[in-house]
Design a protein around this ligand. Structure first.
Ligand code: CMP
Length: 139
């Protein structure tokens, strides 16, 4: 069965460039309900933990540096079939391959600074949501 939540982060460059508002508007317009949201800066250790599954990848170190370089917006988004629906809205990981009209096509700089993160499975959506939010921070 498909789950109804996904976890997103609006990444440091997108926040710095003033895209948090326009990205949240696209999320809203696409029919996602925000269950939880926070504006925060990840520590290096937190970024390492969040992206632990990519530890062996050559881009891991740079990714951790980047994700802890400035504030992000983290949010739990609710919609039927949320993981897949959100991945469609954000487009391909590499923004040069993202379809027109997607968040990454509009707001991403490159494959690392790709504007937003979206969970890649229902299982990870739950793990990632628990990483950022406690029970009393969800509505
Ligand atoms: P995200 O959706 O946050 O999940 C993992 C992140 O790793 C991804 O977005 C990119 O920011 C980054 N990433 C994935 N592949 C590459 C790559 N080939 N080079 C650099 N960064 C990458």
């Amino acid at each position: 069965m498909n789950g109804n939540i996904t976890l997103t982060m609006i990444k440091p460059t997108a926040v710095k460039n003033g895209y948090a508002g326009p990205i949240l508007a696209m999320i809203n317009q696409a029919g996602f309900r925000i269950q939880a949201m926070k504006f925060m800066k990840l520590s290096k250790e937190q970024a390492q933990k969040f992206y632990e599954v990519h530890k062996a990848r050559p881009f891991y170190k740079d990714l951790v540096e980047f994700m802890s370089s400035g504030p992000i917006v983290a949010a739990i988004l609710e919609k039927e079939n949320a993981v897949e629906a959100y991945r469609e809205l954000i487009g391909a990981t590499d923004p040069s391959k993202a379809e027109k009209g997607t968040i990454r096509h509009r707001y991403a700089g490159n494959i690392q600074e790709n504007a937003v993160h979206g969970s890649d499975s229902d299982e990870n959506a739950i793990i990632e949501s628990d990483f950022f939010f406690s029970r009393v921070e969800r509505y």
